[in-house]
Design a protein around this ligand. Structure first.
Ligand code: 5RP
Length: 222
């Protein structure tokens, strides 16, 4: 049987969870394995409190018995564990393939350690092959999409059947194709200057470590 690389990465990262910590829970099929492993450790006696970056991760955590608290009760996370769509060697990321980039960035920005878990297919030399998700407000979306086009982003509104996909925050996602992103920080600043843009999926200078699941085990990049 093929090894589950997402699970390998997730379980390595969960080794860093300690008693008493406040934990941020990510979103997606890799974060899924981290949530399950944290839940297993809670059943074994680990004491943590957690908050999640999406409604679906919150539901998963609740179903599996991880103690959840409101974000209003949290000043800092000791550790947030989340997946990514791409990670480069400088630990910059593209995130938001699952549509949760805004909440994920809110958690990451308030975490002492932001640990990213990926299978080895997500490692890239330069970001940009994966379409960059940009969360936009529905109001005036045509104008916002025009502004993204003016930046050569080739935006496409993400669809859910015949309607725009709606994020947990009631917004839309414009998946953008900029090609190779040589300066992610500069692009991120330019995107967030567009008034209808809420946040973009470039995570620059936020990552403490990337744990890569490989068939030979987990590799930690710091
Ligand atoms: O950013 C995300 C969700 O918004 C996910 O972390 C990212 O899309 C990776 O997902 P997966 O682990 O399922 O490949």
């Amino acid at each position: 049987m093929e090894p589950n690389l997402k699970k390998i990465a997730a379980e390595k990262a969960v080794e860093w969870v300690e008693d008493g910590m406040t934990i941020g829970l990510g979103t997606g099929s890799t974060a899924y394995w981290a949530i399950l492993r944290i839940a297993e450790r809670v059943r074994e006696g680990l004491t943590v409190r957690a908050a999640a970056s999406s409604i679906r991760s919150e539901q998963l955590a609740r179903e599996h018995g991880i103690p959840l608290v409101s974000l209003d009760e949290i000043d800092r996370f000791d550790l947030t564990i989340d997946g990514a769509d791409e990670a480069d060697d400088r630990l910059n990321l593209i995130k938001g393939g699952g549509g949760a980039l805004l909440r994920e960035k809110v958690l990451a920005a308030s975490s002492d350690r932001f640990v990213v878990i990926v299978d080895e297919s997500k490692r890239v030399r330069t970001l940009g092959a994966f379409p960059l998700p940009v969360e936009i407000v529905p109001f005036g979306s045509r104008l916002t999409l025009n502004a993204l086009k003016a930046l050569d982003g080739n935006p496409a509104v993400r669809m859910d059947g015949d309607r725009p996909y709606v994020t947990d925050n009631g917004n839309w996602i414009a998946d953008c194709r900029f090609g190779t992103i040589d300066d992610p920080e500069q692009l991120s600043v330019r995107l967030n200057r567009i008034p209808g843009v809420v946040e973009n999926g470039l995570f620059v200078g936020m990552t403490s470590a990337v744990v890569v699941g490989t068939a030979g085990g987990a590799i930690v990049l710091e």
